[in-house]
Design a protein around this ligand. Structure first.
Ligand code: ADP
Ligand code: MG
Length: 251
């Protein structure tokens, strides 16, 4: 579904991603872990076509099509969704208006259908109905912003979902709710795939990954299963610090 080949990305003159490769199949859940500043959020923004970052080399393919140079709206309309690490506040636009407008780009959704959909998502996420009528994320707590991202996911029904540190800022109850909502979404959308960026195995107890990747210095150093996430929690990232050919060759 999503394939990234030999991707090199700079911000200003600094190289962030260097020869980044990943292949995510339909219906798969991939977790991406790695120390701070290694380029995880950069990757998520580059996939969505953020033009602050310069793609020096390499390509991003979605369902076989090269999307590397497309604009963000075109990428989003293909069904790629990003829950940002730090969701922004947008004053003057309510979440409900934003979502209805976004859905209507593809087809006219009757108001009744839309209200039913948004209300059911609110209920699933244990969110107050008034939240969708407030300016997007304005004055929301960190955890409320994260839940609001999942609400958007549920309403927009993307094919490919990137969750950038969705677990940061969530209390234990909200973490459970968010985890269960993503898992249920995947049960109802069997072809959808997820790339979940996280530091902690905790969220992976709810959203079971098929693959866990460890990233460092702008590239994936090791790929494994859930056990790899547990190993990282125990031992940290020290082993994956240098460009260790021996680790890569084990794959
Ligand atoms: P991660 O998500 O893995 O913690 P990021 O992708 O956010 O890492 O950042 C990777 C590196 O790029 C960091 O060193 C960060 O300081 C740098 N970086 C990211 N955005 C910018 C920017 N707009 N200007 C300058 N440096 C940036
Ligand atoms: Mg980040």
């Amino acid at each position: 579904m999503l394939k990234i080949k030999n991707l090199y990305v700079n911000i200003e003159d600094k190289e962030i991603l260097n020869d980044f490769n990943i292949n995510i199949g339909s219906g798969e859940v991939h977790a991406l872990m790695g120390p701070n500043g290694t380029g995880k959020s950069t990757l998520s923004k580059v996939i969505l076509g953020n033009k602050k970052y310069t793609v020096k080399k390499g390509n991003i393919y979605f369902e076989g099509e090269d999307i590397t140079k497309l604009s963000t709206d075109k990428i989003a309309n293909k069904g790629i969704f990003l829950s940002n690490q730090l969701p922004c506040e947008i004053d003057g636009v309510s979440t409900a208006d934003f979502l209805r407008t976004a859905l209507n780009v593809k087809e006219d959704v009757p108001l009744y259908t839309f209200i039913k959909k948004i209300n059911s998502a609110l209920k699933d996420l244990n969110m107050d109905e008034s939240m969708v009528h407030r300016s997007i994320n304005k004055g929301f707590s960190g955890g409320e912003k994260k839940k609001n991202e999942i609400l958007q996911m549920k309403v927009l029904e993307p094919k490919f979902i990137i969750l950038d540190e969705i677990d940061s800022g969530l209390d234990v109850d909200s973490l459970k709710i968010v985890g269960e909502n993503v898992t249920n979404y995947l049960k109802e959308h069997k072809d959808s795939s997820v790339l979940i960026i996280t530091h902690y195995p905790r969220i992976l107890e709810y959203i079971k990954p098929d693959f866990v990747h460890v990233m460092n210095d702008g590239q994936i150093k090791k790929t494994g299963t859930y056990e790899l996430a547990l190993e990282i929690e125990k031992n940290g990232y020290e082993t994956y610090k240098n460009n260790s050919a021996s680790i890569v060759s084990e794959l």
